[in-house]
Design a binder for this molecule. Structure first.
Ligand SMILES: Cc1cc2nc3c(=O)[nH]c(=O)nc-3n(C[C@H](O)[C@H](O)[C@H](O)COP(=O)(O)OP(=O)(O)OC[C@H]3O[C@@H](n4cnc5c(N)ncnc54)[C@H](O)[C@@H]3O)c2cc1C
Length: 549
């Protein structure tokens, strides 16, 4: 009955056959809970996961779906009440909002100004709530707007000379602009839905709202980013590309140190609030933060190599001859090797089915790899990082010791590849046996690969950890450590080596009155969604508390 209050219940673990249309689930949910279809005021998927595990009895792979059902309050049938008691149904968590419900009086006045540095997910999703709260936001980005950035990247691939300001890591959209666009978060956060809804409104498929392991793909990301920018501009955010953050103009106040203005390559920008969202590769920005006395400390980061196989080998290993699974498209894996035999654990990360390896480079003379793919996952190659955690105990003391360690290793990989962005590569069996690969090596990596001693370039414990993991992964996925597996290096920036300390229980940088450091560069995120969430959460928490004025 319209006008009544509705309540949303989440029905867990509905099963859907791989060949069944999603539309059957509405009726299935109603039958299970004893509802007439016209009692439903709304129905949507909350989560859809592929369960491809084959258990005893030869159970077929299927999707497992959590669905949200909206009903008039107080009209729940007996069967639903019973399902609630058994735990099969739970109250659906309330989605959050990017708009602040409470605006601190110190922010309510006109002319409040924030400067956000970095146009990656953390910068964009901290700028949006600030703008929605009526604060005038200038978003500065050292790299170029998307269109120009893509032309600059084409030039890099042609000339092999990277532009240190605008490249695969720097520019509109941030480091994930040329990626698989995977949106995994692994945390349940009320802000996840509103962020995903912004991406859907900008053109992403609405399946990202519920598919676990959803990905957008580079091609679709490139359609989406200009629309996301237009959305922010409509809320009043001013974008300033090709503008570099160079430091903070600071003053002392009773409440701590206070940012008066942000110094940029285009002059000073006075502000009431500064947000640094500079990502995992702005090494000059970290150095400046340390110089200016920000509480920066070293943290462990992921270190390893990229592994590449023909996608067919991965499909065969994971889906075998199951036609229904094969129809789902390029198979992807997530492999974990627990610690043991005196060695730390290792895992696969950022797997790109039907993708390619990219040179994740922003500085001349350094080599680092990563992976990307388009929405169709249509290349014949599958790649992923195989990484282990490497901490201050291994690379030494000092806030930027991890950064220096990364740099030295990236220099060695660059030299081993021939100092022109060709990447050193080694077949997995050769890596395990400690010898150079001899036969012709093939890879999706655009600058080409040549035989190199990855086993010698990596320190002993890292090499042994990766070798152990590769052998174990071969037991899970036949051929993983066979001659068709190629290691390409180096993978050194899967996560940042630095953390900026925050006030206990608050988002503000420790000792500062009006400064936020968010996302991967602050050490509080490791992917697109986690960076976006950290940016949005930090901005909202500050808006609600108010910037001290
Ligand atoms: C090739 C590749 C593929 C990836 N694939 C995935 C994936 O599929 N899924 C996933 O979850 N994650 C992926 N990642 C990781 C993901 O991109 C990052 O975790 C995420 O972008 C971090 O967001 P961020 O906003 O914190 O930083 P970033 O996205 O790095 O954004 C920081 C921005 O700040 C700008 N900046 C830096 N210094 C300055 C300065 N001094 N002045 C002005 N601007 C500055 C940079 O130019 C950059 O645009 C991938 C990364 C790469 C490189």
């Amino acid at each position: 009955m319209s006008g009544e209050r509705t309540v949303t219940w989440r029905l867990l673990n509905l099963e859907l056959g791989l060949d069944e249309p999603e539309s059957v689930l509405r009726g299935r949910a109603c039958r299970e809970l004893g509802l007439e279809p016209d009692q439903l005021r709304g129905f949507r998927f909350a989560r859809k996961t592929l369960d491809a595990r084959r258990r005893g009895g030869g159970r077929a792979p299927r999707f497992v779906v959590h669905a949200d059902l909206m009903l008039d309050e107080g009209r729940e049938p007996e069967r639903l009440t019973r399902a609630l008691r058994s735990g099969r149904v739970i109250p659906a968590p309330l989605p959050g909002s990017l708009e602040a419900d409470v605006l601190h009086p110190s922010l309510a006045g006109p002319g409040r100004r924030a400067v956000v540095v970095g146009c990656g997910p953390a910068g964009v999703f901290s700028a949006l709530p600030l703008a929605l709260a009526g604060i005038r936001v200038t978003l500065i980005e050292r790299g170029s707007s998307l269109e120009r950035r893509s032309r600059e990247l084409v030039r890099f691939h042609r000339t092999r000379v990277p532009d240190p300001e605008s490249n695969l890591l720097f520019g509109e959209g941030g480091a994930g602009t040329y990626s698989d666009g995977k949106l995994a978060t692994r945390v349940d956060d009320a802000l996840e839905v509103p962020i995903l809804e912004e991406l859907v409104a900008a053109g992403a498929s609405d399946t990202i709202l519920y598919e676990s392991g959803a990905h957008i793909g580079t091609d679709r990301l490139h359609d989406l980013l200009p629309r996301l920018r237009a959305r922010l501009e409509a809320c009043g955010v001013e974008f300033s590309f090709n503008t570099r953050f160079e430091g903070l103009d600071l003053e002392e106040s009773d409440a701590g140190r206070r940012v008066r203005a942000v110094a940029t390559s285009a002059g000073e920008l006075p502000c009431d609030l500064a947000v640094l969202a500079t990502g995992h590769s702005a090494r000059d920005s970290w150095a400046r933060m340390v110089e200016q006395g920000l509480p920066v400390e070293a943290k462990p980061f992921q270190l390893g190599v990229r592994v590449e196989h023909p996608q067919e080998l991965i499909d065969e290993g994971l889906h075998g001859r199951d036609e229904a699974l094969r129809r789902l498209g390029a198979a992807s894996y997530r492999l974990v090797c627990k610690p043991g035999e005196g060695l730390p654990g290792a895992h696969s990360f950022c797997m790109c089915p039907g993708g390619r390896i990219v040179a994740s480079v922003n500085e001349p003379g350094l080599l680092c790899t990563n992976g990307m793919s388009n929405s169709t996952h249509s290349s014949v190659w599958a790649n992923a990082a195989i990484v282990t955690t490497f901490g201050p105990r291994e690379f030494g003391a000092g806030a930027l010791a991890g950064v220096e360690f990364q740099r030295r290793l990236e220099e060695r990989f660059f030299a081993e590849g021939g100092a022109d962005y060709t990447a050193p590569a080694q077949r997995v069996p050769d890596f395990l046996d400690g010898r150079a690969s001899t036969k012709e090596l093939r890879s999706s990596y655009p600058f080409g690969v040549r035989p190199g001693r990855l086993d010698e370039l990596l320190a002993g414990p890292v090499r042994r950890t990766l070798a152990r993991a590769l052998s174990r992964f071969d037991r899970r996925l036949a051929g993983f450590a066979g001659p068709q597996g190629l290691l390409v290096g180096l993978e050194s920036r899967s996560s940042g080596p630095v953390r900026v300390r925050r006030e206990r229980g608050a988002a503000l940088v420790q000792g500062f009155d009006n400064l936020l450091c968010v996302g991967e560069g602050a050490g509080f995120a490791g992917g697109i969604m986690s960076a976006a969430l950290d940016g949005a959460r930090s901005a909202l928490s500050l808006i609600r508390q108010g910037v001290r004025g």
